[in-house]
Structures are given as C-alpha cells and as structure tokens.
Design a protein around this ligand. Structure first.
Ligand code: UDP
Length: 245
C-alpha cells in the first residue's frame, strides 16, 4: 500500500461530497454533532487557504428512498423524503461552519425559500467567487437519483477542478476492505475501469457524468482528521479516478 506523495493537486475550486454516513458517528443512524464539527473543521481549513469550496450533502443517515421502497413505500415519494433529509444535514453543516466563522450559503434543488436560497447556477458561482462555501442540498431535485449524481452534476456546472468524494475508507478497493483483508487498494483508476469492474465507489450515473466532462474524482477517508486538507496538498491516501493516461 503506497502513500500518494504527489505535488499539491493545485485545485482552485473543488466540490466535496459529504455523505450522510460521514455525519453519523458510530451510531446506526442520525447525526453526531461532533462528527459534523470535525468535517466542518476540515472544510474551514481548506477554505482558509483560498480554495473555492462547494459541498453536496447526502441524507442516507436519515432516510433513503430505496430502503423505504423495499418496505412498500412508493419509491418517488420516498426519494422526495430522502431529499428533504439532505436539507437537515445541510443546515447542521452550515451551522457548524458558521460557528467557525466560515461564510456559507445553502442552496436547495427543491425550493424552500424561508430557510435556504433556491439553486441558481450563476448565483452559486458568484458566492464562491466571494469566498463563501456553498452547500448544495436536496440532491438533483429529482427522484431516482442519488446525491453522488448531484455531486457530479453540480461539480460540472460549477466548473470545479475536481470532485472529492469523502468515504469511510481511504480510497477505492477491489472489495470492501472492512470485510475482506485481501482487498487491493488502487491509487489510480480510469472511469471505465470503475464502471467495468462495478467498483462500489459512486453510482454509474455519477461516474458517467464525470467521465463525459473529464472531471477528476478523488476518493479519500473523510473520517481521518484533516484528510480533506491533506488531499488538497496531495498528501495522504486517496484514489484518483481520471481518463486513461
Ligand atoms: N435523493 C433523490 N434524488 C437526488 C438525490 C437524493 O431522490 O437527486 C434521495 C434518495 O432517496 C436518496 C436520499 O435522497 O436515497 C439520500 O441521498 P443519498 O442516498 O445519495 O445520500 P448519501 O448516501 O450520500 O448519504
């Protein structure tokens, strides 16, 4: 297992995908304020370096449409509930960031004007140019999608230099390393390898959207303290997913 020691990845604008699970702590569901604060600390450190940062927040720690559908709920209805769950996480993260004096804006794909701005692409870009961390909530606004796809979509729209996917492990493995000690860790993969090997990192729609627009994806362990900052310096462990070199 080799450590990535590249020069600084020198990104000017990035999108960080924070899954609901990343905010959950050790419990089976819900939100752990300490985890939210740890993620906010890392984001705040990166924003302080002058990198423009936007976030897509998941909701799987609270509600997933597909899980509700498996128990008989209408899938689309469940997905709308899932999208609302992401807004709860976004408000928690916004609060944690603002307690650290980071200026933020939450923008939602489903309008809820009394708590957040509606998503308007050019306005989001302007916020980032002014140094605000923009938190995109409510996924794509459409059922049958995931927040991974929302992350690829918004990263393309914002013309980000990379999509950083914070996960529970330090990169992409051939199998789940928590269950299989022989799982191999990759330091770099192509989009097509991820799709062809059906590697469980992001859904196919998200990978395809990144591939069509040559958006690099960097997968790292968001639970390691300071991991986001380290990845931005090209340090620590991560997997890059890029076009074939
Ligand atoms: N969701 C959706 N459309 C989207 C994004 C999310 O319908 O564009 C719903 C879907 O039900 C999903 C839930 O919101 O299960 C929570 O998002 P996700 O599972 O992607 O969260 P994460 O796994 O990142 O915590």
């Amino acid at each position: 297992m080799t450590e990535n020691r590249e020069q600084s990845l020198s990104y000017k604008r990035v999108l960080l995908k924070v899954s609901g699970e990343a905010l959950m702590g050790s419990g089976p569901s819900g939100i752990d304020p300490e985890m939210v604060d740890a993620v906010a600390a890392d984001i705040s450190a990166v924003a302080a370096t002058g990198v423009q940062v936007c976030l897509v927040v998941g909701g799987g720690n609270i509600f997933r449409g597909i899980a509700a559908a498996a128990k008989g709920m209408d899938r689309a209805q469940g997905d709308y509930a899932g999208m609302l769950a992401t807004v709860i996480n976004a408000l928690m993260l916004q609060n944690a960031l603002e307690r650290r004096s980071v200026e933020t804006r939450v923008m939602t794909a489903i309008q809820m004007a009394s708590i957040a701005e509606p998503y308007i692409r050019r306005r989001a870009v302007r916020h980032m140019e002014k140094g605000r961390v923009v938190i995109f909530a409510a996924g794509t606004g459409n059922p049958f999608f995931t927040t991974d796809t929302a992350a690829a979509l918004r990263a393309n729209e914002m013309e980000c230099d990379a999509l950083l996917k914070g996960t529970q492990v330090d990169g992409v493995y051939s199998a789940d390393p928590r269950r299989n000690p022989d799982a191999e860790r990759y330091s770099q993969l192509t989009y097509l390898e991820v799709l062809a090997r059906d590697l469980n990192v992001m859904d196919a729609a998200a990978i395809s959207l990144a591939r069509e627009n040559k958006l690099p994806i960097v997968v790292f362990n968001i639970h390691a303290p300071g991991a986001f900052s380290a990845v931005m310096r090209g340090e620590g462990l991560f997997t890059r997913i890029v076009e074939a070199s």
